[in-house]
Design a protein around this ligand. Structure first.
Ligand SMILES: Cc1ncc(COP(=O)(O)OP(=O)(O)O)c(N)n1
Ligand SMILES: Cc1nc(C(=O)O)sc1CCOP(=O)(O)O
Ligand SMILES: [Mg+2]
Length: 490
């Protein structure tokens, strides 16, 4: 059965529905496997009910001129009828009155505003050289303008750095890409062309069901490859992911310098990569919470495992970490310690596994300088881009299926996305799939090409854990042997 393509209702001003800008947008929708129905603002105003009634779009995308007359009542009724429908609106500033109409009447019905830095500065009365943190504060002060997301296009021709900012009430995230345009393209106003490409591809990724952070990450990757090669499809090159600087859901007072200085300098990728893994020893990756479990699985021949103790008050924590390291050495296996990076360094562990939240707190340089491997959890493209900037020893991709082992704030990724992630990262950084991977699902997960498949309950809840461990080891080896055979015969 073929999968239904996501649908975008593309609302443009009359006269713009058939121009070349719109052709470029339609090309992007097509390249990114989305359907778009393009209608004029007039048509939206008078017929939105019929347009949405036939079959409901995933996103309504308004890319209209400042003079455009989007009917506020229609917008309001639409949002009341379809509260979950995502509405993206490109804001362009014309004058103070238009800006106030936008803020007071249109903004409450929009989920994501896309705009450029100059127009946003004008909207909030900021000077052109305002820092992003100042702009964020001004937007917060202005009405309830940060109840939605703002995707802002910034850029500096002089250093070929293209930055987008994603703002909401408590967060500032910077997405930075550096690439060269020819002088000719610069002269012909490439900036607006780039914003259109970015917003249109962003809308497609939203329509595919990605959240705003993932959709922005992918739109940046798409527009970079469009600038470099012309007409790309689904982004598959890790080099095109943006560099990311962020302060999510928190007080950014300690990060002001890092967030603001980027606007002038662009961010440098860290020049330290973490120690490499032995790829031949990846494969079945059990994650366990006791030394007994670790002993059991290592005795079955497992060569990569993790000690994950979630009680930091455990009186025997240090002793257990030391035992885990010793067991790893005895069995010549790669044993990672979850969370406790200081103790892992102190006792000379093979590696440490950290989550995204830990990345802001842990001293990554210390871990890297001590020669420990680093594994990082991710749950989508944004976190992958963030992890990739750190050049870890492996990237974990979770959670693939619903899991009972841990409360997850994110949605299960599924095999389709895992396939994309595995292709994106193949040969660049080793990958580990985790989350809800049962014995029955194990082979399908291994077939995506990930380097390791991590399991908790498949082993720890099994009637016969030794037997299941050897079964999963042999399942992985079988898939690997088939993949090697295929790659040799190609
Ligand atoms: C291999 C692997 N992948 C992901 C995780 C999850 O780590 P984290 O996000 O830090 O969450 P906790 O495990 O600490 O609850 C992992 N431990 N191992
Ligand atoms: C510890 C953990 N981290 C996850 C992530 O997605 O980051 S999922 C997970 C639990 C995996 O357990 P099970 O194999 O029993 O589903
Ligand atoms: Mg952790």
């Amino acid at each position: 059965m073929s999968k239904k393509l996501p649908l975008i209702l593309n609302v443009c001003d009359p006269g713009l529905t058939s121009n070349s800008k719109n052709q470029t947008k339609n090309q992007i929708f097509h390249n990114l496997s989305s359907h778009a129905k393009t209608v004029s603002t007039d048509m939206f105003n008078t017929q939105w009910h019929a347009l949405l009634g036939n079959y409901c779009p995933d996103v309504v995308y308004f890319s209209v001129l400042p003079s455009s007359k989007v009917n506020i009542e229609s917008l309001k009724e639409m949002k009341n009828h379809y509260p979950n429908l995502l509405v993206v609106f490109t804001f362009t500033f014309s004058d103070e009155t238009e800006a106030n109409i936008f803020s007071e009447n249109i903004l409450p019905y929009i989920d994501i505003v896309t705009s450029n830095m100059i127009d946003i500065n004008a909207l909030v009365g900021a000077s052109v050289d305002s820092k992003i943190t100042e702009l964020h504060l001004l937007l917060k002060m202005k009405h309830s303008s940060l109840s939605c997301h703002w995707l802002i296009q910034d850029g500096d021709f002089s250093v070929d750095t293209w930055t987008n900012w994603l703002l909401d009430q408590d967060s500032i995230v910077g997405f930075h890409s550096t690439y060269l345009f020819s002088d000719q393209r610069k002269k012909t106003g490439i900036q607006s062309e780039t914003s259109d490409g970015l917003y249109s591809s962003f809308t497609c990724f939203l329509a595919h069901g990605y959240d705003v952070l993932d959709a922005t990450t992918m739109a940046k990757a798409y527009t970079k490859s469009a600038a470099l090669v012309g007409c790309p499809g689904w982004p598959l090159q890790i080099e095109n992911l943006p560099l990311i600087t962020s302060c999510i859901n928190g007080d950014y007072s300690k990060k002001i310098q890092m967030l603001d200085s980027l606007k002038e300098t662009g961010q440098q990728k860290t020049d330290q990569s973490f120690a490499k893994m032995d790829l031949d020893k990846m494969g079945l990756y059990p994650v366990v919470d006791t030394i007994d479990w670790l002993d059991l699985i290592l005795k079955q021949g497992v060569k990569i495992a993790q000690l994950r103790i979630k009680n930091p008050e455990d009186p025997y924590l240090e002793n257990k970490i030391q035992k885990a390291i010793a067991l790893g050495e005895k069995h010549n296996a790669q044993v990672f310690i979850n969370d406790y990076w200081q103790q892992a360094i102190l006792f000379g562990a093979y590696g440490v596994h950290l989550g995204q939240g830990d990345l802001d707190i842990a001293d990554l340089s210390k871990i890297q300088q001590a020669g420990l491997r680093l594994g990082i959890s991710t749950h989508g493209y944004y976190e992958i881009a963030r992890a990739q900037n750190i050049q870890p020893s492996y990237i974990a991709l979770g959670h693939i299926f619903p899991t009972q082992t841990k409360d997850m704030p994110s949605q299960p990724q599924g095999l389709n996305r895992l396939n994309h992630y595995a292709r994106l990262l193949k040969g660049k950084v080793p990958t580990v799939a985790i989350g809800g991977i049962s014995i029955e699902r194990f082979t399908d997960v291994a077939k995506t090409g990930v380097d390791s498949v991590a399991v908790v309950s498949a082993i720890t809840k099994a009637d016969n854990p030794e037997e299941v461990t050897t079964l999963l080891l042999s399942k992985f080896n079988l898939v690997k042997a088939e993949q090697t055979k295929k790659s040799v015969s190609i």
